[in-house]
Ligand binder design. Sequence first.
Ligand SMILES: Nc1ncnc2c1ncn2[C@@H]1O[C@H](COP(=O)(O)OP(=O)(O)OP(=O)(O)O)[C@@H](O)[C@H]1O
Ligand SMILES: [Mg+2]
Length: 576
Amino acid sequence: MEQYKRLIRYLKPYWWVVAIATMFSLATSGISGAMAWYIKPVIDGINLNKDIHIIKTFPLLYIGFFTLKGLFSFAYSFLMRAVGSKVVRDVREQLFKKLIGLPMNFYVNRPSGELISRVINDSNVLQGLLGYSVKDIIVEGTSFLVLLIIAFIRRWDLALIAITVLPFSFFVINKFGKKMKKISQQTQEQISGLIIRLTESISGIKMIKGFRREKLHEDKFNEENKKNYRVALKGARTIEYSSLIHEIITGIGSTSILFYGFYLVFHNKMTMGDLLSFFAAIGMMYTPIRRLGNANNNLQQARAASERIFYLLDQQPEVDGTKNLTEIKNEIVFDNVRFIYPGTRKKVLDDINFRVKKGELVAIVGKSGAGKTTMVDMLPRFYKPVSGSIFIDDIDVNDVTLESLRKNIGIVSQDIILFNETVMDNIALGKLDATEEEIKEAAKAAYAHDFIKEMLHGYDTIIGERGIRLSGGQKQRISIARALLKNPPILILDEATSSLDTASEIIVQKALDNLMTNRTTFVIAHRLSTVRKADKILVLDKGKVIETGTHEELLSKEGMYKFLYKSQFEKDAHNI
Ligand SMILES: Nc1ncnc2c1ncn2[C@@H]1O[C@H](COP(=O)(O)OP(=O)(O)OP(=O)(O)O)[C@@H](O)[C@H]1O
Ligand SMILES: [Mg+2]
């Protein structure tokens, strides 16, 4: 019941459109009633009174009825479709707003295809179903009553026979409604499965080709597609099966009535006009019953889709703090920070403790998978510690507003995210109100200006989804330009120069050196030159800080740093 109420609430802003549509629809029901009603005077007039006048007026009357009925159904169908589209638009708006505000935690372990399916597909299911179901329940319910009254007036005992089949009909409606809900749920899940497969194959197309795995992916897709087909078939079978049962019930009902009716007419207990008028009313009544059944099926399908929609809408959004973080004055402190990714058990960060003074350069080194990226992700609160806290100037980062926190932090991340917009827009992400001059300055400082100028439309070139039209190093330089433009007091560089060749790296490193001056910088680096300059080096291993100190201090110990230095940095050392 709660769920129905919540669903119907989407119609609330458009209640007056639904109301107008319902009126038009009620008018068509009225006309149906009138058509059944007037059959008696027409037939009896011709049959008993031999009234030629009726033969002349009858066509005009019925053409009028049909035309009006057509016009009214046009009006309500159009209005209801409009309402359906408005509801889908509103639901999608709401879903997207919700999605974009959910914390990173939510996105871990969730395939993007599933979320796409919820926003596009589940909302689409509401299109026809919701508005029509509500209208049908009102209108067909009324039609049914009007026709039933006419039937009773014409011949009450016949009407009684006719309605004995009703409980059977309602039983069938209810039973199939429940089944439809389950099938609809399965359908939505199957579609979601299809989209997941599709997005995965398209985004990994290069790997699929490289490893010649086309057939494998085809098989996986077909398997998913087949499941989808089977559920669709099951749905079709259920709907048509419910129609079949209806037909049989209707058939038995009408034959009994016809039999008894003819008997009454034969014995002059009833006129032919009465019988046909009655029969028209009963005949027209089965349509509303079937529509009520469909409305029930539709509502069940809408419920199935809405369960998935409401699941998303009920997720907790990223919690915002209240304190305003001004520029860092003193220090950043990690205090006993522990972190576990949702849905896993491994402590990715375990008892991390360190302090960084304002303006210091901190290098974080460690083997792949040690937890370096995760650690720096905690600072802008992409993830919250499971226990422990992070302070900036004695304020817990959990308490500050996301706006002020993230304004203070610039990130050049390991996986660079570019949008399918112009180069200009991609750099401007760092500062939305930046002037063209500022953007070009930033690009120059990041050594990106030259290659951008050579692109077909220069700064106005659209760089493709995920920056597909750029090389790895070019993406990295755009990302650096973003950070330069943003000009934040705290900077995070996660392997910022890893995709550059030695020559460009030396150049970009100069840009980064400029960028790092007067900022508190966390740098995850593989280059000795950067690490050696650091005021503090944190050596991370299996989620723990196992060594801290300057380059010289750490080299004097026989520890992990010395090992890393020997294996990883030594070859660099030769180059310098
Ligand atoms: N989204 C995630 N869900 C679950 N576990 C994750 C997730 N991201 C990372 N991990 C795990 O957390 C650990 C630390 O990962 P992290 O990316 O922080 O390592 P890293 O030190 O940055 O490694 P690299 O040098 O390769 O970038 C890894 O063991 C990894 O398996
Ligand atoms: Mg990393």
